[in-house]
Design a protein. Structure first.
Length: 263
């Protein structure tokens, strides 16, 4: 499969509102927005290149956006940007079979798009358990991650040390400018309706992102009759760290919900 890549297409006026567009020479009739992670404060589309190539090799057209990051732009800037990028994708592909994929903060943003647009969403290590987690961990002192060379570290090797409660608390507070009243808006539960798209939710048991989040979201989605695939992976691997375990199920989920009935 040959994939044509067009870099730095503007989908908005801000400097970070650009995306890369991956076009396979043998398209399968589906298109996917692939959202990078990084705790809403770091990361960029170039680090998502290998994943985008992997998805495009299946025949999907893929758009990978950058989006505004905290602290230069606090919540809901990131959400607004990925919704705008999704609108760009919808307007520039000749298919209605659209979906979204993301890991870590990108997994949360993926679900945001799935809820707003009613399309299938894949989330690896999405951040959903915020209010209950903060209430249960009042003594945890928020601390930034000072050990990871994020720019030069491959995505599959980032945050692979298991639990890191101080960093988890820090990057959530950073996203909302320390305004805990916004937690309910960041979480998906108040925006979850029966019109949301199907969900694929993966998480490992002992990683940096509490596994409780996908249990909460799966239960809430199932109560509304939404299709939900839940994958809990042993160990402490985060997001692309468990690619080998989550990839087969993700491929099957995308094929089931995007390719059925496509031309």
């Amino acid at each position: 499969m040959t994939v044509k890549v067009t870099k730095d297409i503007a989908y908005g006026d801000a400097p970070l509102q650009k995306l890369d567009f991956y076009e396979p020479d043998k398209p399968n009739g589906g298109a996917i927005l692939d959202i990078h992670g990084g705790g809403w404060f770091r990361g960029e589309k170039n680090k998502e290149g290998s994943m985008a190539e992997r998805i495009a090799a299946l025949g999907y057209t893929v758009a990978v956006p950058n989006y505004r990051l905290a602290p230069e732009a606090f919540f809901p800037a990131a959400r607004d940007d990925v919704l705008a990028a999704f609108s760009w994708l919808r307007d520039h592909v000749d298919t209605k079979n659209l979906g979204v994929f993301g890991s870590s903060a990108g997994g949360s943003l993926s679900v945001d798009v799935g809820l707003a647009e009613g399309v299938p969403a894949v989330s690896w290590s999405g951040i959903f358990d915020i209010q209950q987690w903060f209430a249960a961990h009042p003594k945890v002192v928020a601390q930034p991650d000072t050990k990871t060379d994020f720019v030069n570290t491959a995505s599959a090797k980032i945050d692979q040390g298991g639990r890191n409660d101080p960093f988890y608390k820090w990057f959530i507070l950073n996203y909302v400018d320390a305004d805990e009243t916004k937690f309910s808006q960041v979480e998906p539960f108040d925006r979850l309706t029966a019109e949301a798209g199907p969900l694929y939710l993966a998480n490992s048991q002992e990683e940096i992102i509490p596994v409780s989040g996908i249990y909460q979201l799966a239960q809430a989605a199932a109560a509304l009759g939404l299709p939900v695939t839940l994958q809990v992976i042993p160990g402490g691997q985060h997001a692309e760290g468990y690619l080998a375990e989550a990839w087969p199920g993700t491929v099957a989920f995308l094929a089931q919900h995007l390719l059925k009935g496509s031309n």
